[in-house]
Design a protein around this ligand. Structure first.
Ligand code: ADP
Length: 602
């Protein structure tokens, strides 16, 4: 067994490296700068944590968020790896103690925020110490071209210049366009850099797009009190409303948006992180700093404004690499509202991005293919068999006749009205204003009276999405016909819209189906007990539960029911230190359980 393999087993409790991890570790240990672009949850941290153990000096990890660093350091300490965090909240005394520990040479990984690197005292201290590696996490923060620019990141290269010997520098990020990638190398001053791009796919995520008849009812079918879920809404009002409704139904749920007091937000976030709260309803303000590995599903209650935001938010599911589900709800109304607001402003880029987002909702090709292709990944398979478009019966439905009726009605109404009024005319409403405006005398009055208001709204939304119609207007939205719509009417060309055939509700949940095929079963009762034990230990130690063991490790325990130390070490995620700290607790609970089941071996 090679040294790195041994460290992987001994400290992290894993048997195998993931793709790219080995290559990155080798390059760093051989003294070469590295720039690695790997998707979330691919296992970037290990790529500098293992070299840190192999190299003789200190590894400095630069990371943007204190809460994340705190979790990482707790996790490392739990594994028996000497790590230290220096941040501005340390008292003078603690700071001196930290520096003393550094001088003692018993710290392998030192976590700091970028601002710290320009502190004179810090620089002087580090000048006297052997620094082997500087690992830059979330390296895209260095670039103004990225979406999380942090000016302090630009001080990293100045800091490197102060050191008597230049350490190896390794940059890591999940998001980087070619432009940002170049900027990272340039601004960090990477030398002869070895670049590794592993692609953006998150194979463990199941992507679904749905146009539910009733979003609320569909949501109730999807949420599971026992699984960590995030529900994203586009407005604070929606967050408050859903939060209220879910609470009334008895769910343990938290709300998060920028309008709530900071302390309340911090508490909600912590409760979620510590598994005290499983469901969060939030705006996109909930995100930065969410590094909870066991989020099992992310639901978007309405359509986000672009694919980048969507992929980032949905990507908060399944960071632990286990199967997770990302569902996006959309309907014609969402599309029209979004388009109207953009129409009022002057943001051509925003409009283009929104159109891509709409296309994603309406495509009948593989969703994963669509997204990866959007991010510029090459050679993406045409089907993934792990998204709703691949696994469900999706097809295009011909709505030519109805669409023609809608378009002709809008023509007769002189393209001067909004959706509500158009629908009133199509359904033959007796509304006073309709009569006053003499709209009841049009030949199209009441020609679609067999459809509900909701159906017509969705049809019109679909026609807007497919650019037969457009939403314009400065004060209130007015529906007009596009040149494409006019052509379709003139040439009587067929018009189709996307529909999921057969009720989605009646189909077996694809996630569960997948799980049954791929994963071995495990004992759910024991799992809940072990989870309880983990929660207790976590509160005793003041760390989030996942720092003690991941869900995957607990499930493995329920599958193999280890009762000896040797067997416990075989569990994925159990290293020597974890065995020492928690072995007795978990093993005795498993033994008791086996006994209870009449399965005693002693
Ligand atoms: P990233 O920083 O790329 O988002 P992390 O470093 O947080 O990802 O790793 C994600 C999860 O995968 C963590 O729970 C980590 O322990 C686990 N992991 C990393 N490498 C391996 C491996 N070789 N085998 C099993 N699990 C791994």
């Amino acid at each position: 067994m090679s040294q790195k393999q041994q460290l992987l087993k001994q400290y992290f409790g894993y048997d195998q490296f993931r793709p790219a991890q080995e290559e990155i570790i080798d390059q760093i240990v051989q003294g070469r700068d590295v720039s690695a672009i790997m998707p979330t949850s691919a296992g970037k941290s290990l790529c500098y944590q293992i070299p840190a153990l192999m190299l003789s000096g200190i590894t400095i990890v630069v990371s943007p968020l204190i809460s994340l660093m705190q979790d990482q350091v707790s996790a490392l300490l739990e594994m028996g790896i000497p790590a230290l965090l220096i941040n501005s909240s340390l008292s003078a005394e603690d700071y001196r103690a930290a520096i003393w520990r550094l001088h003692q040479g018993d710290v392998k990984l030192l976590y700091v925020a970028p601002e710290r690197l320009l502190n004179d005292y810090f620089i002087q201290t580090l000048q006297q110490l052997p620094v082997s590696l500087v690992a830059v996490d979330e390296a895209h923060c260095i670039s103004q071209w990225g979406n999380d620019f942090r000016p302090a990141y630009q001080s990293i290269s100045t800091f490197l210049d102060y050191l008597p010997n230049r350490p190896v520098v390794a940059a890591f990020t999940a998001t980087a366009t070619p432009r940002v990638r170049k900027d990272i190398s340039l601004q960090l001053g990477l030398i002869n850099v070895h670049e590794i791009v592993t692609g953006f796919d998150r194979p463990n995520l199941y992507f679904a797009v749905e146009e539910p008849k009733d979003k609320w009812l569909r949501l109730l079918e999807l949420v599971d009190q026992n699984e960590a879920s995030i529900i994203y809404c586009s407005t604070r009002k929606d967050v408050d409303k859903l939060f209220e409704k879910l609470s009334q139904k008895g769910y343990s749920v938290g709300a998060y948006h920028a309008g709530l007091p900071i302390e309340e937000r911090a508490r909600t976030q912590e409760d979620f992180l510590f598994d005290r709260l499983n469901i969060i309803v939030a705006t996109n303000a909930f995100g930065m700093g969410i590094d909870k590995p066991n989020v099992r599903q992310v639901i978007h209650y309405s359509m986000p404004k672009d694919i980048e935001s969507y992929y980032q938010e949905a990507g908060r599911a399944g960071r632990d690499g286990e199967t997770a589900k990302c569902t996006l709800f959309y309907n014609g109304r969402d599309i029209m509202t979004n388009l109207f607001f953009l129409e009022k402003g002057n943001d051509p880029v925003g409009k283009e991005k929104l159109n891509e987002m709409i296309d994603y909702c309406r495509t009948i090709t593989c969703l994963r293919h669509f997204m990866l292709d959007y991010f510029g990944q090459e050679e993406v398979p045409l089907r993934c068999e792990h998204c709703s478009n691949c696994t469900e019966n999706i097809s295009l439905v011909d709505v030519t006749i109805d669409a023609q009726k809608i378009i002709s009605c809008i023509i007769r109404m002189n393209e001067r009205f909004g959706v509500t009024r158009i629908i009133e005319v199509l359904r033959g409403s007796k509304n006073k204003e309709v009569i006053q405006l003499k709209l009841d005398q049009l030949s199209t009055y009441g020609i679609l009276s067999e459809h509900s208001e909701k159906t017509l709204r969705n049809y019109i939304g679909a026609l807007v999405a497919d650019r037969y119609l457009q939403v314009t207007g400065s004060e209130y939205p007015v529906i007009k016909i596009t040149p494409k719509g006019k052509r379709a009417i003139k040439q009587r060309s067929p018009i189709q819209i996307k529909r999921t055939i057969a009720l989605t509700l009646k189909q077996p949940d694809p996630i569960k189906r997948k799980k049954r095929d791929n994963d071995l079963p495990y004992d759910q009762v024991l799992f809940e007990r072990l989870r309880g034990l983990r929660l207790n230990l976590a509160s005793q130690h003041g760390v989030p539960p996942f720092v003690i063991f991941s869900d995957a490790s607990l499930r493995d325990m329920c599958r193999y029911l280890p009762i000896s130390d040797e067997e416990f070490l075989e569990i994925s995620g159990v290293g020597l230190k974890k065995l020492e700290s928690y072995g007795d607790n978990f093993l005795s609970m498993i033994r008791d359980y086996k006994e209870e089941q009449g399965d005693v071996e002693e």
